[in-house]
Design a protein around this ligand. Sequence first.
Ligand SMILES: Nc1nc2c(ncn2[C@@H]2O[C@H](COP(=O)(O)OP(=O)(O)OP(=O)(O)O)[C@@H](O)[C@H]2O)c(=O)[nH]1
Ligand SMILES: [Mg+2]
Length: 454
Amino acid sequence: MERADMASTTSSIVSKLNLEMERQLLQLFPGPVRLHLLFQASTHGFSLHNLQGKFDNTGQFVIIVYLKRGEARGAYLGRGNWIYGNKFQKWFLFNLTSKQATSIPSESEAEADQGPWEYGNAMILREEHMNRTFFDVPFCVDFSSDEMYNTGWAEESVNNRDGSLTEVEMFRVQDVGDVLLYPWREMVWKESTREDLRENFVSHKVMSDSLNSARVLLLGPAGTGKSSFINSIRSVMLKRITHMSVSGAGAPDHLKKLKSISIQAEIGGPATSLTLCDVMALGEDEATGLSVSDARAVIKGHVPEGYKFQPGTPFSSQSIGYRAEPGIKDKIHGGLFFLDARKVTTYSDYLQERMRILQAELHYLDVPQIVLLTHVDQVCHAVQEDVKYVYTSRTVKDKMQKAAEFVGIPVSFVLPVRNYASELSTNCNTDILLLSAVHSILQAVDDTLDDQGV
Ligand SMILES: Nc1nc2c(ncn2[C@@H]2O[C@H](COP(=O)(O)OP(=O)(O)OP(=O)(O)O)[C@@H](O)[C@H]2O)c(=O)[nH]1
Ligand SMILES: [Mg+2]
């Protein structure tokens, strides 16, 4: 990803923030951002009033206090609207030199909302009205360490009159391009998250005495990544990329049979509680793809394993292997709708209608559903570089919204995934996204089985 634009000057003012310091400061933000200088005390006046006048109603800001001894200290104020009474929701103090920037988060969120001048007792910007012996009113900043901010700062007061305070600047913080500053869904992208998710999956038991494994049906148009998802989940668990033979995209329709794949916990290990059922893709027109009646038969458990779907010849009670009285183990317990993020706005009305019918059908049969939005790496450069940007990508957010509208379910039921496509080995963040999708699927199945008391 391109680094943030380092420009930090207004048209005529040159910021005191040098390039090295700016680079260090930008590292404190989770995504790429740009700083835009709004206020400089030596230009606009050492006055709280003047500084206040440069704030907007909403936005994210950084205040930097430059000290004579070369270092700087400051505060980030994020996502808020303090002028109209709402307080900033996220903020932190920081230490800044040309060599490094360190953030000092608030120890107590609840109290950290006094406005942009006071950060507990750790940093207070004020004017020295009491000691007014000079014509100009000194602008002071008091530092210390307190319970709210464990700054490690010795108690001291600097001001512009004796020169211990050399400058105060305030910048607007802007997201750069597609990547938002803060995610709209939280996810900790760490190895420990991957391990926790994997362990939860391995130890998961379906909430039903009569069922060892939840059968989850993969529904969606050709090439969305249904088979790749199965391979990807297997790869996550086996810790290496697997290329199991699945009915691949573009394979002739007659090769597309019902194939149920039990996911193993490890190579040669026990089965997990998840079985993924791959079927023929949904068509974009009447002539192709899995029909609604065939999908219904699979959901209800009438269709035997390995059955070859044939467009134009609906599965019926006369079909070979028809299961007249399917048990709970034969039925489908969860539905996964697949949509390709690149195509979500251009799919045919026919496909949409089919998906909505199937969605209603699953709902009627009390089968929980989730939409998986695949190929998210191919709609956003940041995600392509690292899956951890998936919940900060503006484009992915937009595509997820479109996917929810397409199927007609709330966006909270849409999950982005990035399947392993051409990789030679698995990686932590891709695994986390895939495993969290599995977690949501199993949870949805459990919630429904629990409700039904099966
Ligand atoms: N970059 C990228 N490629 C993907 C992703 N998911 C699938 N692919 C690729 O897209 C192509 C189609 O994927 P498949 O898994 O065969 O699609 P399918 O839904 O099983 O297709 P049908 O079997 O025809 O219904 C393959 O070349 C995959 O490698 C993804 O998330 N990102
Ligand atoms: Mg396939």
